[in-house]
Design a protein around this ligand. Sequence first.
Ligand SMILES: [Zn+2]
Length: 233
Amino acid sequence: MTKRGIAVIVVIVITGILAVSGVFKRHTPPAPEPVVLTQQEQETPPIPLALDPGHGGRDPGGVVGDVLEKDVNLEIANRLAELVDAQSGLKAILTRTSDVTVDNRLRLQLAEGAGAVLYVSVHTNSYSDPSVHGAETLVDDTCAEDDPSWKLAELVQKELIAATGARDRGVKKQALYLDQTELPAVSAEVGFITSTDEKDKLLDPTYQDKIARGLLQGILDYLHTTGQLKEQV
Ligand SMILES: [Zn+2]
């Protein structure tokens, strides 16, 4: 027998002994330590809500003298974002926080990318007749009857009117850009900057706060109906 042959036999014998003695048995990993979550970790992560101040930058929206819709929208949406962030379990995702141009498609992408569960766009309305006033909530005219956007619109509109006392112009459908998202999405037209009565209110921080509170309550109502937010006991 050659030296090489002997070496092969030795290796086979040793391997056999070790196999029998259990050295090659697969070690079962030790049971994992029980994970102890801190109070903070036990809380579910906040639900992201997309809040969209309509227009911005190169797009002023409605213009009445030196009043630009984009500015009013931003003030109201910023206030709404503060109220949302003050709620435990909710987190505001603003599509813009300053006077910048943001493409509508990008707004929706921002919302979806942040994992938002709904999308509320904030606008102020304009019309040639200064006597026309009130608030309305719009859904995209492509929305099917069973689209949750209708429920969101209905509740936002109801609470917006309850909080402000504005004339109820109802929920309407309109060709918007909101057909480009699967999210429940509405556009709240919170009042007319072209209205002689309503313009001053829309610029008043106290009235803006009422609008924001109404929008928040509508959103909360919606999240309760969908079960995404548990009723406070
Ligand atoms: Zn607008």
